[in-house]
Design a protein around this ligand. Sequence first.
Ligand code: SF4
Length: 317
Amino acid sequence: MRHLNIGIPRGLLFHSYGEAWKLFFRELGCEVTVSPETNADILKEGIRHTVGDLCLPVKTFLGHAAVLKDNIDVLFIPRYVSVEQESYMCPKMIGLPDVTRACMVNLPPVLDPMFHVKLNKEQTVREFVKPVAKFLSLSPAAVSAACERHLNRHEEAPAGQHRQAEHPLNEGVGRSAVPGRMNISVIGRPYLLFDRHLSKNLFHFIKKLGANPVYLNPDRAEIREAMAVIPKWVYWDMGKEVVAAAHMSFKDERIDGVVNVCSATCGPDSFTGDLIRKRLNQRNKPYMSLSLDEHTSDVGIQTRLEAFIDMIAKVTA
Ligand code: SF4
């Protein structure tokens, strides 16, 4: 019997939950095909399918869906509404299956189960399991067991903290500052930071400049601490983590500078960016915001990083 081939675009939440999705579908007897790492052609393809004012990560996601669509049986685009009680995903993420359907023609069937932990735990699992079981003609009990094992564990860690096998963090990016080195904390959403093409491989470039790039991964207590020092709780998943990572970076004496990587047309990023700059950086630590879109050049990013690191070196000499 031929196994159903599930296509998973390597974009957006794939960078946080992709490994779990792969395990989930493989346990259910499916083949899984993930699109390749982002490159110039994939991004161009995404832009070609874009209508309206979409952000860079969503455009990129459409490019990944486009390269997969003709070689798979079904496209998996889960509707992530929330992964914890106190916050929501951004509207573009919640509407991602609809955006994809609206922007692209000749799509294979789209499997778009909802993940929404605002409901109680049983409801969360049921909502997600029902369409998957129906689509794969499997018993809800089998799908539910796989869901419990691989997916319904978001309460254990904030968004973006999940184990990812294919991750730049496995390639020598520090999770804490190293004494005696220039430590640059890089904050931002996993789907921008960990997509080497979109982020212009900036972790690597910071290392090349002789500094130590650090990616801080706030836990629940650190997120709560950060929320307590700002006037209003951040209600966006991932936005909260970015703000908390900024707070930890400004607090940590060993961190010399902070780089916030954001998307040019992202509403949540413009809000959190302002919050970080005006409310959290009380000690005036060197801080730079890198706003990315499809026109951002590698050289432009590298020049700004060089100038930032030179400036820190001069100030701390
Ligand atoms: S949070 Fe910002 S970057 Fe992410 S999908 Fe929403 S608009 Fe795009």
